[in-house]
Design a binder for this molecule. Structure first.
Ligand code: BGC
Length: 727
């Protein structure tokens, strides 16, 4: 009888899946199905579903046809298969995948449609590898240039991060894969990440560090959220009642699963009651059965410390995600790896991400007509970035290095003179009682510099590839400073002195100090850990097939100590606590308000063309509190190249009663314009988007005030201004 019931239930799932396209948050039929399933499950079966049984898997219930959940990292593409109980390659032969430009690169495109396609493409690969949960996107705000994981994140601005995260998640979930937005929350440094406690005031929490997560939940209906390693107000994130239960689940109405970061759980009863749903991590002593959410949780329920209703609620969340991902449906998306369409998405992302920082003498785009010789210098011209350092990487099906990209581009008539210039070297430092540390050796290698200089001297132009790699920027540690490593400053100076036609390409996912080299290098290009097609995209930008359109998603400070957390000596904290003393003044909010000139500002990025802005109009002068501000302006491509421009709209609240940043990004649009053409660009800001968080009333407040609207090509290249008020 029971078997028949189970069979009928299974058929029911199946037929239902075919007839109904779900909405995650309000699907009464799913909830009914879940009620029936819950009745059939034993307590042991339920508990089995609440913790990992392998490094990247948690159990279902075979008897009831509830499948296991399969997880995969992560932001760079579908990670190669790992051993069942720890982080080490499983040595499979068929687990290569596309290497996607990292999160910071995607943010630099400022292209929301592309973010959707990026999500779709990554999830297609996840499906092809039979994964259910993609441990991405990662949206922690860049608080310090030094954070080892900045390259995974979407930059320093909560608005930009929110606009990118929503289409990304929709793209992933449209392929029947659950996105897992991470790391919730305030995991803004790697130093002491497993225990540091973050202290922020409520306004800063709400205005800077939560918006990307909030949008992921409220707008994208993300299916899962990863609880971070660190503490907030002295309570671990995976047992943080305030952030998990009060804000995420109650205020925002999150209906999906909270998954712990790997080995980030610290308790059984507290975590179970405070909002954690699944405990994940590596195998511990005694095996997965000893996880907080395994036998100890079973015992706690039996001892009456945790009500079984709490367990049922967690199972409900898991089953809800399973239904929405069509995990009971044989017709579920099958996925595919590295199709031409996926390569196209990674190429487009890579090419739109590249930022032209400086081009004073118009060395770029390189004119091939009379080009006889080119010097390619720097280890980053041959460095691959799909793997390296600690944390997720991809066994890339292929990765085009910059040198390969240039070779693909150049015909035999151009002589390539190659010199490595520097090699990444690390010194081993013994740490008593702990693992050794490896510190970059920043002494220039004079023999390599001499060779590079000789190469530069005999070449028409030089492209020098500097910057970092994924060993140097890595999970689990922050960078020691903001300097370019491995003696690169000396190399750049020597090479550009002998050949003024030197173009420097920086590869990195976080700010580096460029103050000095800016003085003598006339063209600087910013590239990223830019995915399988990175080298092709870069060559196409350098030679003008692609007109650069990337815009910095972060400020590049002139000096590290100019940036807020460092200026206020509030990094990495003391005695296990880090106080975010700069409050809401992160990134450009700080630089603008304090009138500090950065090397390159937030939103900066040049084009080979010129764009003229005119005719800024608002539909009204005065708005109500619940109103839409319709903005229009005209953009004309007055240069000689077709190209893309990111129109950025900032708003300044001139109400002086409480602190407001000098200005804040509130809208943007990326447009394409052929040379000579003009376009009317329309953007909308809802007045509610101008609200600030009032800690006294614990609510959002739209000020009745005068506002300035500021449109530009970057946060400091302001072209047009207007005024309005809210009454
Ligand atoms: C990282 C997560 C990652 C997890 C699984 C952790 O160390 O913080 O971002 O998803 O490992 O690999």
């Amino acid at each position: 009888m029971k078997k028949l019931l189970i069979f009928l239930l299974f058929m029911n799932h199946y037929l239902f899946q075919i007839s109904c396209q779900s909405t995650f948050y309000y699907n009464a039929d799913y909830e009914t199905k879940i009620d029936s399933l819950l009745q059939l499950m034993t307590l042991e079966e339920k508990i089995n579903m609440l913790h990992g049984n392998e490094l990247f898997s948690s159990l279902g219930v075979k008897r009831l046809n509830i499948p296991d959940l399969k997880y995969t990292d992560g932001p760079l593409g579908i990670r190669e298969e790992q051993l069942k109980d720890r982080f080490a390659s499983a040595g499979h032969k068929n687990d290569s995948a596309t290497f996607f430009p990292t999160g910071e690169a995607l943010a630099a495109t400022w292209n929301t449609e592309l973010a959707y396609k990026y999500g779709v493409a990554m999830a297609q690969e996840a499906r092809a590898r039979n994964k259910d949960i993609l441990l991405a996107p990662a949206v922690n705000i860049m608080r310090t240039p030094l954070c080892g994981r900045n390259y995974e994140y979407f930059g320093e601005d909560p608005f930009l991060a929110s606009r990118i995260v929503v289409p990304y998640i929709k793209g992933v979930q449209d392929q029947n894969v659950a996105a897992c937005v991470k790391h919730f929350a305030l995991n803004n440094q790697e130093t002491e990440r497993s225990y540091v406690s973050v202290e922020t005031d409520e306004r800063t929490l709400r205005e800077i560090y939560l918006p990307a997560f909030k949008s992921a939940v409220e707008e994208a209906e993300v299916y899962s959220v990863m609880g971070a390693y660190n503490k907030f107000r002295q309570s671990y994130l995976c047992e943080n009642e305030y952030l998990l239960n009060k804000i995420l689940k109650n205020e925002w109405g999150f209906k999906g699963i909270v998954i712990s970061d790997w080995n980030a759980t610290h308790s059984t009863v507290k975590s179970a009651l405070n909002g954690l749903d699944i405990e994940m991590g590596t195998r511990i002593e005694g095996g997965y059965e000893n996880y907080y959410f395994a036998r100890p949780l079973l015992d706690s329920v039996k001892a009456g410390k945790v009500d079984e209703k709490v367990i049922d609620e967690k199972i409900r969340r898991i089953l809800r995600v399973m239904y929405n991902c069509k995990m009971f449906d044989p017709e579920r998306e099958k996925g595919s790896i590295n199709t031409p369409e996926i390569s196209e998405v990674v190429y487009k992302t890579a090419s739109e991400a590249i930022v032209l920082l400086k081009n004073d003498k118009k060395l770029l785009p390189v004119n091939k007509t009379n080009l006889k010789s080119i010097a390619i210098i720097g280890h980053n011209s041959v460095q691959k970035h799909a793997k390296g350092g600690f944390g997720a990487g991809v066994k890339a099906r292929y990765e085009i290095t910059p040198l390969k990209g240039l070779e693909n581009e150049l015909t035999n008539s151009v002589q390539i003179n190659y010199a490595v210039g520097y090699v990444p070297k690390y010194n081993r430092i013994e740490v008593p009682g702990s693992r050794p540390r490896f510190v970059a050796d920043n002494k220039p290698d004079s023999a390599l510099v001499v060779e590079a200089v000789e190469c530069a001297a005999i070449s028409d132009i030089v492209i020098l590839f500097a910057g970092a790699n994924r060993e140097y920027e890595s999970e689990a540690r922050d960078r020691p400073d903001m300097k370019l490593p491995f003696g690169q400053y000396e190399l750049i100076k020597a090479v550009s002195t002998v050949n003024p036609n030197t173009i420097v390409v920086i590869t990195g996912g976080a700010p580096y100090e460029l103050t000095e080299i800016q003085k003598y290098v006339s063209s600087i290009v910013w590239s990223w850990f830019n995915g399988s097609e990175g080298g092709n995209a870069l060559a196409d930008v350098l030679f003008g097939k692609i007109n650069p359109s990337g815009k910095l998603p972060f400020t590049i400070p002139a000096l590290l100590d100019d940036s807020p957390a460092h200026a206020l000596k509030a990094f990495p904290g003391e005695n296990g606590t880090v106080e975010y003393k700069e409050g809401i003044l992160t990134g450009y909010r700080w630089f603008d308000t304090k009138k500090i000139e950065p090397s390159y500002c937030f939103g900066h990025g040049l084009s080979y063309s010129d764009f003229e802005y005119s005719d800024l109009r608002l539909n009204k002068k005065k708005y109500e509190k619940d109103d839409s501000i319709y903005i229009s302006l005209k953009i004309k491509n007055t240069g000689n190249y077709n190209g893309d421009e990111v129109v950025q709209v900032y708003v300044k609240n001139t109400n002086s009663k409480v602190l407001h940043p000098e200005k804040e990004l509130k809208a943007f649009k990326k447009i394409h314009l052929n040379k000579g053409k003009e376009l009317k660009v329309e953007l909308t800001i809802h007045t509610e988007d101008l609200a600030w968080f009032n800690e006294k009333t614990m609510s959002w407040k739209v000020d009745e005030a005068e506002y300035e609207i500021i449109a530009g090509s970057s946060s400091r290249d302001i072209r047009l201004k207007g005024n309005f008020s809210i009454k």
